[in-house]
Design a binder for this molecule. Structure first.
Ligand code: PGA
Length: 251
């Protein structure tokens, strides 16, 4: 049985002091999650990574992005060794906001996934179609390409360390969450693509989350489903109250 994962993506929110405020008093929640076999994760801004790492335990702290090279003339970027030095062992890759605003291609995502896996770190790889692609019936085609390129030619022993998040772009931050049926159908499809690439055992062990306007009011409908292993949550992960409600709804 795969355990459930509840992952918050803070995007460009919270100063260091606000992150510290969130971290204080989180231990009850972490304990509750672990007693129900739920893994908690948070991806804060780069500046708050070290703060959260130092002031929490039992929770995965991830960066929201990372470069695939270790150093060089890449203004504004951070690298895997920089994350490792402060104890960070996970990173979101290919979030749709980065694909849209920062030209994050499937090929770049692949290089980043490879680099993270070399260091035994966890890539949280986001895939999903735009509204136009959805309306033109291209969801599976788009998502399959994202998976086949992003996960191309990896060591199959490493693939099950990857967490995939299916986030339809039209549902992110819009309040228009995808129906449970759509989420389930696409997530099962992704699992089939992974099976085709790496076999049934890997497909059965990889975690696939849903993301896009997940809230305390709707999270249970997704996670009651065995095909959906958890949620990647933006807006509703920003307060401790809402984050803890999300957890309480799925345990
Ligand atoms: P949202 O964001 O929950 O605010 O829609 C989800 C995400 O971008 O991961």
């Amino acid at each position: 049985m795969r355990n459930k994962i509840l992952f918050g993506n803070w995007k460009m929110n919270k100063t260091n002091a606000e992150a510290l405020e969130f971290a204080n008093g989180l231990s009850d929640l972490v304990e509750l999650a672990s007693s129900h076999n739920v893994v908690l994760g948070i991806a804060p801004s780069y500046l708050a990574l070290e703060t959260l790492k130092k002031h929490t335990s039992g929770i995965v702290i991830a960066s929201q992005n990372v470069h695939y090279l270790d150093h060089g003339a890449y203004t504004g970027e951070i690298s895997v060794p920089m994350l490792k030095e402060i104890g960070i062992n996970a990173s979101i890759i290919g979030h749709s906001e980065r694909r849209t605003y920062d030209n994050e291609t499937n090929e770049k995502c692949h290089l980043k996934i490879v680099r993270l896996l070399q260091e035994n770190m966890i890539p949280l790889y986001c895939v999903g179609e735009t509204l136009e692609q959805f309306e033109n019936g291209l969801t599976k085609e788009v998502v399959e390409e994202q998976i086949r390129i992003g996960l191309n030619n990896l060591d199959s022993a490493d693939v099950s360390k990857i967490i995939i998040a299916y986030e339809p772009v039209w549902s992110i931050g819009t309040g228009k969450n995808a129906s449970v049926e759509i989420a389930r159908e696409v997530i099962s499809f992704i699992r089939n693509v992974v099976e085709d690439m790496y076999g049934l055992n890997v497909a059965n062990s990889i975690h696939i989350l849903y993301g896009g306007s997940v809230k305390p009011e709707n999270i249970d409908s997704y996670l009651l489903n065995d095909d959906i292993d958890g949620a990647l949550v933006g807006g509703a992960s920003l307060t401790k109250e809402s984050f803890s409600l999300l957890l309480k709804k799925i345990i």
